[in-house]
Design a protein around this ligand. Structure first.
Ligand SMILES: *Cc1c(COP(=O)(O)O)cnc(C)c1O
Length: 440
């Protein structure tokens, strides 16, 4: 829960006694769960809503946030905690909370900060559900928003900051425009205006990019995608970087007593992870979008191969994108690993030279060409999903982003002919052969 991320070993000799920091690959497999003698080697599924106590004072200390303990699985559960801790270690945060879905994660992260009357600044290139959350659902709660082109200049984006702006939101790799965030630019704006920078890291994952290293304050996930990796479960995660000053005067909910927890002041009592403790205590408790232990177990299993799957997703995507670029029936291809800006940002912000597993392309001709291409596919399938072991295709303008008008589609980087491909882990020869016959 609030276990601290292992520190990278300091160079001074005084730090020698500390546990050495484990590498990313080891954390994927063992992070967040440390069984004692005779305990299960594998993080067990604790399918229990309830935890037994003997002493009413002990329960009181837990219920008033004086002590940590599982009390009811809506706010915490041992299996879910194991998964949260692993995600936190991989991202290098201070604490994490798992949620019922990626949508619930983004809602929790945002609603933990804003009040009615506040304003959100978000990138135009967003997952369709996140765009609708910010542009429509939150507006009904009195929270307004402006959207910026992630590749606009710093000055252009800064013009959109209002006195009531309370956060900046973007995706590491925008879905499905696939532009990689210019972290330095956005973190600079957020810092200057004393507002947190939230990054949805779903399509990159910590294997490719650790946004806290580049100025993000909160990282969110749809665990449904590469974390699961096999398209079995819906879930999400919010991770607190512990690197934002909530006491700068703009966030009274962090600096004034919470009457629902005996007057606790989150920024005072939990200075290291005020954001996360507040999110869990207030909104996970009352809104209830918690993750089930079974899904946490499956995500944890997915993480054990994250560092093996992601390289292959990227290699397959690069090979398929390169093939499509040369195909006479293909009008255009977009893959961050192939374009100049994408390559520059990968070199600057990513831990590996890899553009992840999502690409988009257009077929020459009209929508009927798209229809017949999709129908002819045999190895790849038409699915409303990304980031699992199987290759899938989708036509965003008629599906995930169908709620957008023409202007919004253009701003989100979606053309009417765009086909989004989530490149899986199959034999690349079979994928290229399949796409070739379907295009023909
Ligand atoms: C899928 C997705 C979401 C929403 O997650 P769910 O788990 O489907 O609720 C949010 N952000 C991004 C980038 C996504 O790809």
């Amino acid at each position: 829960m609030l276990r601290k991320a292992r520190k990278t070993p300091a160079k001074s000799s005084a730090a020698k006694a500390e546990t050495p920091a484990l590498g990313f690959d080891t954390l994927c497999i063992q992070g967040g769960y440390d069984p004692k003698v005779g305990e299960p080697r594998i993080l067990p599924i604790i399918q229990s809503t309830t935890y037994k106590y003997d002493d009413i004072d002990h329960v009181n200390r837990i219920m008033t946030l004086q002590e940590f303990g599982h009390k009811y699985s809506r706010t915490s559960n041992p299996t879910v905690s194991g998964f949260e801790d692993r995600m936190n270690l991989l991202e290098g945060g201070v604490a994490a909370v798992a949620t019922a879905s990626g949508q619930a994660a983004n809602l929790l992260a945002i609603i933990n900060i804003v009040r009615p009357g506040d304003h959100i600044l978000a990138a135009t290139q967003l997952y369709g559900g996140s765009f609708t959350l910010i542009n429509s659902s939150l507006k009904k709660l009195g929270i307004t928003a402006s959207f910026f082109d992630p590749d606009a200049t710093k000055a252009e984006i800064e013009k959109l900051v209002l006195p009531e702006t309370r956060l900046i939101f973007g995706e590491t790799i925008g879905n499905p425009g696939l532009s990689i965030l210019d972290f330095e630019k956005l973190a600079g704006i957020a810092q200057k205006h004393g507002i947190p920078f939230i990054v949805d890291n779903t399509l990159a994952t910590a294997w490719l990019c650790q946004p806290f290293k580049h100025g993000a304050n909160i990282v969110t996930y749809s665990a449904t995608k590469y974390i699961d990796g096999h398209a079995t479960s819906i879930g999400g995660v919010v991770i607190d970087g512990g690197n934002f000053d909530w006491t700068n005067g703009k966030f009274p909910d962090f600096t004034t007593p919470d009457p629902t927890y005996n007057g606790v002041v989150y920024a005072e009592k939990f200075p290291q992870a005020a954001f996360l403790v507040k999110a869990r205590s207030q909104f996970l408790r009352t809104f209830g979008g918690c993750l089930s232990p079974l899904n946490a177990f499956l995500f944890n299993l997915g993480l054990e191969t994250l560092h093996l799957r992601l390289p292959r997703h990227g290699e397959n995507a690069l090979a398929l994108a390169s093939f499509l670029e040369k195909h006479p029936r293909v009008a255009w291809v977009n893959y961050p690993g192939l374009n100049a800006v994408g390559k520059k940002r990968i070199a600057k912000y990513f831990l590996h030279k890899n553009g992840s597993g999502i690409l988009t392309f257009g077929i020459k001709g009209n929508l009927d060409k798209v229809r017949s291409f999709v129908k002819k596919l045999k190895v790849a399938a038409l699915v409303v999903h990304v980031a699992d072991a199987r290759t899938g295709v989708l036509h965003p303008a008629s599906s995930t982003h169908a709620q957008m008008n023409k202007e919004q589609l253009r701003a989100a980087g979606i053309s009417p002919d765009m086909i989004r491909v989530t490149v899986g882990l199959e034999d690349i020869y079979d994928l290229i052969t399949d796409f070739d016959q379907a295009l023909g």
